[in-house]
Design a protein around this ligand. Structure first.
Ligand code: LMR
Length: 394
């Protein structure tokens, strides 16, 4: 049967991880896959996570099933964290899912049940996995203008004009904060305008909330999500705990739906649970239980927030250092946008041959579209990196 298959394209982000691992040069620099790294270049287990795991190990009495929606305490804690009181909870349902990707996937399936073949509008550019998740779910993908390659900021008027033309059968995928891959984000005033546009057109907002707390702070990063859901009758949110809890391999996320009223929420939720049961039956618990334990305990939560603040502060400091190192060496402000961007990534706007040259000549690995993971910048080699970049673009 397999003779009917042809080779599927590889994933460019995960393929680069393999290439980097195989590179023997000790001076190589990994700015590729989006995982946080500390000053030693290690992706740490957060100390609040480790303590929560110890508590779980001691307290857990059973491994019996938890049900299709997963860990209920986790669900309630995530709603408090992400939505607070921005929407009447009677209209909200949440199901734990395997990572942000699993959450996106079950919600895309739900969209296709509600409106088969609907169009999902994604930012230009967007995280490359958005497209296959939507297409594998039977949906169409179109782009709305987003990133301005000249300023490395936003094409906001063009974005808003495109959103204003959509209708109630369209879905708009928005990055709740820390845009991936660009690092260029909406201001609060721009979120207000996007929310007003969605309220006017009736297009369904679908928010990918994978980096809450990595931009300007937990509260600040939730502004757009809360504003949008407070403005519209229906919305979807894919939450991830991979980055802000450092739980990448535990695959922990949540699919959140907001309906017009409680009765519609129950119906949509029954479809969501039916999708999950028919896919993987129930989500794995470990990551959810860790997050529940942390968020429900005052001290652990404070410890987690302090660690998250420290990680965010380090990424902002690295942004500033790299921008400054380039400014000093080039006498130009051309890369100052790196310091203005927020989240884990910046899209540098370099052509692919420059990206390839940096990899071959300097062992500097970034995604082919020139996305860098700022957490991967080695603090003691910011000058080397700046020099390599400037010499590659000459
Ligand atoms: C990334 O964008 O690098 C991360 O979200 C990891 C992934 O799965 O692509």
């Amino acid at each position: 049967m397999f003779e009917t298959l042809s080779k599927a394209p590889g994933d460019k982000i995960l393929a680069l991880m393999g290439e980097y691992a195989a590179d023997p040069r000790p001076t190589k620099i990994d700015l590729g896959v989006g995982v946080y790294k500390d000053e030693k270049g290690v992706t740490p287990v957060m100390s609040a996570v480790r303590k929560a795991e110890q508590r779980i190990l001691e307290a857990e009495k059973t491994k019996t099933y938890l049900g299709i929606a997963g860990n209920k305490g986790f669900g309630a804690a995530v709603l408090d964290l992400a939505l607070a009181d921005s929407v009447d909870r009677a209209r909200v349902r949440i199901a734990q899912a395997p990572g942000g990707t699993g959450s996106l996937w079950v919600l895309m399936q739900l969209i296709n049940r509600a409106k088969p073949g609907a169009t999902v509008w994604v930012s230009d550019p967007t995280w490359p996995n958005h497209n296959p998740i939507a297409e594998n779910s039977g949906l169409k993908v179109e782009k709305y203008p987003y990133f301005d390659a000249d300023s490395r900021g936003l094409k906001f008027p063009e974005m808003l004009a495109a959103l204003d033309k959509l209708g109630k059968d369209d879905v708009v995928l928005l990055h709740g904060c820390c845009h991936n891959p660009t690092g260029a984000n909406l201001t609060n005033a721009q979120w207000d305008q996007v929310a007003a546009s969605l309220a006017k057109t009736g297009a369904l907002p679908f928010i990918d909330l994978a980096y809450l707390g990595f931009g300007d702070g937990l509260l600040e990063d939730a502004y757009g999500t809360r504003k949008v859901i407070a403005s519209v009758p229906e919305a979807l949110i894919a939450f991830s705990g991979s980055k802000n809890f450092g739980l990448y391999r535990e695959r922990i996320g949540a699919a959140i739906l907001i309906a017009r009223d409680a009765a519609q929420a129950d119906i949509a939720n029954s479809q969501l649970l039916n999708i999950i049961r028919g896919a993987y039956s129930q989500p794995p618990d470990h990551g959810a239980e860790i997050i529940r334990v942390i968020l429900e305990d005052k001290d652990l939560r404070a410890e987690w927030e302090a660690e998250l603040n420290q990680m965010r502060g380090r990424m902002i400091a690295l942004r500033e250092k790299l921008a400054e190192a380039i400014r000093q060496r080039s006498n130009s402000k051309d890369f100052d946008f790196i310091a203005a961007h927020r989240g884990m990534f910046s899209l540098l706007g370099l052509p692919n041959d420059v990206v390839e040259h940096l990899k071959a000549a300097n062992g500097v690995y970034m995604i082919g579209d020139s996305r860098i993971n700022v957490a991967g910048i080695p603090e003691d080699r910011v000058g080397d990196l700046a020099e390599a970049m400037l010499s590659a673009i000459k």
